[in-house]
Design a protein around this ligand. Structure first.
Ligand code: ADP
Length: 904
């Protein structure tokens, strides 16, 4: 292929950005060539043509009009591509030969500013992962940066699991890792492979950022505005913010910061002013929810189909602004652990719950605010127009009213927020006095600036607009002078101003008319007066447009200078919106403020599942009580399919989670001892619809819980162990439960089909049995949805068989078999045979005295010899002289029942 100079220019640009699709400015189009053209034509449904059709090797190409390029770029980004824009750097009409071109913008799925096309209530994070000392590293830094909002934070993870969870909860658009670390993290990021972008190792060197060795973008294009970037000193100050934090592995944190800043700089041409300094989050300040728990509890996505509808966030979100929605999302992503921090937030929610009139007023005002965070980011990047300024103006000028309403709550910290709302009123006023109410989108065609703002501009405007009258006057004057009543003075783009005279009147044309153009039926002329006027008006128009643009840019610079205040106001609006939203939710759902405390234990009275409750139409949701404490820390919940087991255990997790974000909860009363982690697992058999859940996956999730949960954790297990053969699965479920009870000590809710497990309560003091009541009525099974103490009726399946019409003989036989099976469950030592332990020689260990029996638990310290049955002990303890006859009968009945149970 013979390469023309222009093609060479293209190939050079492409070589510098091999990972991006290149859009190359040619006249009024952006063109793509070669493979890029094929990809773009396919993805955007454009016609693929070719350049040099007649030559031996034509080059595939496709193009989009330059004024619409942003829309096409957006679509490519949404499909996961990166795009580089190569612009003309000189005015083509001013140069001979090849115009200089260069890449001026690089867009990637993570490096996006465009608030209009991003999901309003979601952050768009780019994440960088760093390990400081390769193989044996045990701390990892995860940097998260949202270019569209300027948010920037780092979290340190203490394990690969923690790293993996943190990345997944951020749901990043891109994950940056250095070449060196890519291989190490490959397994962890396998399912996210498509979003992983490998960066050169030197990008992890913060020194390179600080010495300004980043950013390979060229100059700005002839028709573009420059992004406002920080100078080296400012970047150093920004990075210096790290000093304020206690950091475990400073090197890893710096590497993550560096990789992100390199990325920003490479795509934006520097570090834009709107980026926050990096904030370091301590993992231990937040309740940890790993990826599986997030998925199982359906916080942001449903388990099946990954939809948003029907998730916790979707159900509880009452925010009215995009930034408020993002804040609530962040709160749910990072629930708190500190009692004080939770109560501080909860107290603001309470204030707004208890004052409905003020809450409604503040929400009405919030509804009218705009996304100041993303708009200001756009302005910094030189992308905003005059309409964006007006949107900003409207929001800013509403702040005094919003602040006044916020003060009405008479709540200290809400009032502090209110005081900050009015920080940038002057900017709002400056925009109001400068920009017209309905400016055009284009910045260089005039029509932006208010009359009266600048006297010299007004003169220019007058000259160009009053021109119409001048032309009419001139036409009248020339008609009178020449006597040609059909004479016209007109203007067109190509020939400018002219006087038109029809053929019939040519005789009357005066000497001083100079011919300009001959048409079929008329002649066109100009005069020196007309020429002079034309020049005046043209230059006035040009000067006017230039001056308006200059005023706009000046104003934008002023706004950028006040960026810190604008961002502060935006932050407070988001905060107020999220608080007011939680208050509104509490009001609508009749939620209560939970008591939050440090001591372990969860007590919920009349708790409801927020999502299931919201989705029920004809049925009423049946509330339930749940009490978990170190003494009763493991609840086994049995009951038939569809009884409501999953619902009740999940509602405990969701109520705890909501309590720890500072929200009210769906219950009549609740006391929550803060938990450090919530684990939620669904057994393989329940999860088959997902297709990928094998027993191996289930077990590795269980393994993770056993390794990571602490006595301060909350664990929700749903049908664990059912993914394998019955005895096999039961054995695992049994030993997992024992381990959780004995070794981990976490608060646990275990919904299970395995009736055998209910015998665990005989051997473990902290285990309690519960079941979800059902009633047989009129040949039907009625689900009562009530959680009641004790194991479920084990012959439930047989009952269903009977109701379904299975012959009586079969039903009776099944009952006998069930009876036989149950016979062997409890050994002569009154302990579940299934749980028996053996000595090294293989002898069964029969030592009820060392185990907690259901009846013996309380008296463990005064325990009688092994052969002594607890019932005997009770008999010995009875003071006959003090016992009334009826009480004696009741006691005898009780002992009989105890004895028959243990002898079964
Ligand atoms: P299980 O886990 O026992 O199979 P689920 O918890 O999935 O049962 O509950 C089945 C269905 O019953 C739920 O989808 C819900 O519609 C309904 N349900 C569960 N708990 C309640 C309740 N407390 N009040 C009203 N309906 C409920």
């Amino acid at each position: 292929m013979k390469v023309t100079p222009m093609m060479q220019q293209y190939l050079d640009a492409k070589a510098a950005y091999p990972d991006a699709l290149m859009l190359f400015r040619l006249g009024d189009f952006y063109e793509a060539f070669l493979e890029d053209a094929e990809v773009i034509a396919e993805e955007l449904d454009l016609t693929l043509t070719s350049r040099g059709k007649d030559t031996a090797s034509p080059i595939p190409m496709c193009g989009v009009p330059h004024h619409a390029v942003e829309g096409y770029i957006r679509r490519l980004l949404e499909k996961g591509y990166s795009v580089a824009r190569c612009d003309q750097l000189e005015d083509a009409s001013q140069v001979k030969g090849l115009v200089r071109r260069g890449v001026t913008s690089v867009y990637t799925p993570g490096m996006r500013l465009d608030g209009d096309s991003l999901e309003a209530k979601e952050n768009n994070y780019t994440v960088a992962v760093a390990l400081s000392s390769l193989r044996d590293a045990d701390t990892y830094a995860i940097g998260a940066l949202d270019l569209s909002t300027g948010e920037f934070h780092i979290t340190e993870a203490m394990s690969l699991d923690g790293l993996s969870s943190e990345i997944r909860r951020l749901r990043p658009a891109e994950i940056l890792v250095t070449e060196e670390n890519a291989a190490i993290l490959e397994d962890q990021l396998l399912d996210l492979q498509q979003r992983v972008v490998t960066r050169p190792n030197e990008h992890a060197q913060l020194q390179r950022v600080l010495s300004g060795k980043t950013g390979s973008l060229l100059d700005t294009p002839i028709d573009g505005t420059a992004i406002e970037v920080r100078n080296q000193q400012e970047v150093a100050t920004m990075v210096g913010a790290l000093d304020a934090y206690t950091i475990r592995d400073r090197r890893a944190v710096e590497m993550a910061v560096s990789i992100l800043l390199h990325r920003v700089s490479d795509t934006q041409g520097g570090i834009p002013r709107h980026l926050d300094p990096p904030r370091v989050q301590r993992a231990e300040d937040y309740l940890e929810l790993d990826e599986f728990s997030m998925a199982n509890l359906e916080i942001f996505e449903t388990l099946m189909g990954g939809r948003k509808k029907g998730t916790l966030f979707d159900t509880i979100d009452r925010t009215l602004t995009a930034a408020g929605g993002r804040r609530l999302r962040t709160w749910l992503t990072y629930p708190l652990q500190s009692v004080d921090a939770i109560l501080a937030r909860q107290s603001r929610v309470s204030a707004m719950v208890s004052q409905p009139a003020a809450r409604e007023k503040i929400r009405e005002l919030l509804r009218k605010t705009s996304d100041m965070q993303r708009i200001s980011s756009k302005l910094v990047a030189g992308q905003g127009n005059a309409r964006d300024l007006n949107i900003l103006r409207d929001t800013i000028l509403q702040m005094p009213e919003l602040a006044a309403v916020a003060h009405d709550f008479k709540h200290e910290s809400i009032s502090q927020a209110a005081d900050k709302l009015t920080l940038c009123i002057d900017i709002g006023e400056r925009i109001a006095e400068t920009i017209v109410d309905e400016p055009p989108v284009a910045l260089n065609e005039g029509g932006l600036i208010r009359k009266g703002y600048d006297a010299s501009l007004d003169k220019l405007i007058a000259l160009s607009t009053e021109g119409k009258q001048w032309l009419l006057n001139y036409e009248a004057q020339e008609r009178a002078r020449t006597g040609i009543s059909s004479l016209k003075v007109r203007h067109n783009k190509v020939f400018g101003f002219y006087i038109e005279v029809t053929r019939a009147n040519l005789d009357a044309v005066p000497e001083d008319y100079i011919r300009k153009q001959t048409l079929a039926n008329s002649e066109r002329y100009f005069t020196t007066d007309l020429k002079e006027y034309e020049e005046n008006i043209l230059s006035a128009n040009e000067r006017r447009m230039a001056q308006e643009y200059e005023i706009f840019c000046g104003l934008r610079d002023e706004i950028i200078a006040s960026l810190a205040q604008i961002r502060e106001v935006a932050w407070q609006i988001a905060e107020l919106d999220a608080i007011a939203a939680l208050a509104q939710l509490a009001h609508e759902g009749a939620y209560v403020a939970p008591t939050i405390r440090q001591e372990s234990g969860i007590e919920i009275e009349d708790g409801r599942h927020p999502v299931v409750e919201a989705m029920l139409r004809d049925e009423r949701f049946v509330p339930n009580d749940v009490h978990l404490s170190p003494e009763a820390r493991l609840l086994l919940i049995t009951g038939p399919n569809m009884a409501g087991k999953s619902t009740v255990i999940r509602q405990v997790a969701l109520i705890t989670l909501m309590a720890q974000i500072g929200s009210f909860v769906p219950a009549k009363r609740a006391t929550i001892g803060v938990v450090d982690q919530i684990f939620s697992r669904v057994g393989a058999s329940d999860n088959l619809a997902r297709g990928q859940s094998t027993f191996m996956v289930e077990m590795s999730e269980v393994a993770r819980i056993l390794q990571r949960a602490t006595a301060r954790s909350l664990i929700i297990l749903d049908e664990i162990g059912r993914g394998t053969a019955t005895w096999d699965g039961l054995s695992i479920a049994w030993s997992v439960t024992e381990y959780l009870h004995d070794q981990v000590g976490a608060l646990t809710l275990f919904a299970t089909h395995y009736h055998e497990l209910t015998e665990l309560a005989r051997t473990r003091s902290g285990v309690r049995n519960f079941n979800i009541a059902v009633r047989e009525w009129d040949e039907q099974i009625i689900f009562l949805r009530r959680l009641v103490e004790g194991p479920a009726n084990r012959s439930y399946g047989i009952q269903v068989a009977r109701l379904a019409g299975v012959p009586d003989a079969v039903v009776q036989r099944a009952k006998t078999i069930l009876h036989n099976l149950e016979q062997t469950e409890i050994g002569p030592d009154d302990q579940p045979a299934i749980a028996r332990e053996y000595s090294e020689s293989g002898e069964p260990i029969m030592k009820p005295a060392n185990q907690m029996s259901l009846f013996g638990a309380v008296e463990a310290s005064t325990r009688e010899p092994a052969a002594d049955h607890p019932v005997l002990k009770e008999i010995r303890g009875v003071d006959v002289a003090q016992t009334m006859p009826l009480d004696a009968l009741i006691l005898i009945d009780k002992w009989k029942r105890k004895l028959s149970k243990s002898k079964r």
